[in-house]
Design a protein around this ligand. Structure first.
Ligand code: SAM
Length: 366
């Protein structure tokens, strides 16, 4: 019998979003915009498409994201010019890093043109998260356009496990080729993100660690999260980072390493072997929430601004862009939204919060 999964369509939620917060008096951005908990705006994730060529069972399951799924029509996506205009405004308010994501960002036509346009904004760290399927083909052009680094999602080295997880029978060898092409193009260090789901790919933790240990790429283990409503998340499916560290540490002793910068979300661990090279990271968004350091905003594919991955309400920046608002007015609006931000979902997560309405990661940007 077909499995019925309750689906919350983010676009319906957005329709119920509150009216725009009112900004006080207009003011000039200072690059030091703090929210109600004192967190500055520093990172922006931009979802450039809600489409993906994978159907990862925990993210875009086929039963929901099937042939008939109403992906956004092209006219509803922000144009490259709109994205760049917003990027400049976010930068003025303190954003230092922009990550392009999706969906699968490499599916967005001429993405390298967007990268080149964003690269003209001085002082931005420009990165991209991809499933790697098209990376071998695109790595060089992305680097030439001005991209600094990439993060590649890869949940298993075993071809059978990987194909079952991406659910489109995509071979692991092509993602590995993409990773090498990215490194060869200079998009380094390549970060490799593995979402660990108990009973599905936890058997791949050690093979992944062995494979990437001396590769120069940084492997990071991500706790499986209750994003969206389509993945049927249960706390039992989560493999805590502490368990991952113990498991790897038994084979390759590890020591904790300092964060690269304040607020880094991944906990860093260094291999203690003689070569001294190599580290892993753990992103413990379930067992050790990092809301108190979260400096990240998300721009969904249709231009809605979200202040948390688990937010239910988006603020419609596209309406402002297309409604003739000036840059100052948009900057002012952004300041009002961010300064009222109080999100800390992961700190209050429980079996009960998993039922709260949330938007899908493919739409809001992973
Ligand atoms: N298509 C790109 C990719 O595969 O990297 C970018 C979008 S994808 C939504 C971004 C990341 O979110 C991937 O690493 C994916 O594994 C991760 N992700 C999706 N659902 C997740 C969940 N429930 N918990 C933790 N990570 C998740």
């Amino acid at each position: 019998m077909a499995r019925i999964i309750p689906l919350t369509d983010a676009r319906m939620l957005v329709a119920a979003a509150p009216a725009a917060p009112r900004a006080a008096a207009p003011f000039m951005p200072t690059g030091e915009l703090a929210d109600s908990r004192g967190r500055f705006l520093r990172d922006l994730r931009i979802s450039v498409t809600d489409r993906c060529n994978f159907r990862c069972v925990y993210c875009m399951p086929k039963e929901v994201f099937g042939r008939d799924y109403p992906f956004l029509p092209h006219a509803e996506l922000l144009t490259f010019e709109e994205i760049v205009r917003l990027a400049r405004i976010f930068k003025a308010h303190g954003v230092e890093k922009i990550r392009l994501t999706g969906g699968e960002p490499l599916l967005r036509k001429n993405l390298e043109r967007l990268v080149a346009m964003l690269a003209e904004i001085d002082g931005l760290d420009l990165t991209l998260t991809t499933n790697g399927a098209l990376l071998a083909k695109k790595a060089r052009a992305l680097k030439d356009a001005g991209l600094n680094r990439v993060t590649v999602s890869l949940d298993a080295l075993d071809d059978g496990v990987f194909r079952a997880m991406n659910d489109v029978d995509f071979p692991v060898s092509r993602v590995l080729d993409g990773i090498e092409a990215a490194a060869a193009a200079g998009l380094q260090p390549v970060k490799v993100n593995m979402v660990v789901k108990r009973g599905v790919n936890d058997s791949e933790i050690l093979p992944m660690a062995r494979h990437f240990r001396s590769s120069g790429h940084i492997l990071r283990f991500i706790e499986y999260m209750d994003v969206g409503h389509t993945n049927g998340w249960r706390m039992d499916d989560v493999v805590p980072s502490a368990e991952v560290i113990r498991m790897i540490g038994r084979e390759f002793p590890l020591e904790p390493a300092d964060a690269n910068y304040p607020g880094e979300v991944a906990g860093r661990w260094r291999y203690l072997d003689s070569s001294g090279a190599g580290e892993i990271g753990v992103i413990s968004s379930v067992t050790q929430a990092f809301c108190s350091n979260c400096t990240r905003a998300r721009l969904a594919t249709d231009g809605k601004l979200y202040t948390c991955l688990f937010a239910t309400q988006g603020y419609d920046l596209r309406a402002l862009l297309r409604g003739g608002s000036t840059d100052d007015a948009i900057a002012n609006y952004l300041a009002a939204v961010w300064s009222q931000r109080g999100d800390r979902y992961s700190e209050i997560r429980s079996e009960r919060t998993k039922a709260l309405p949330k938007v899908e990661m493919s739409y809001i940007g992973g």
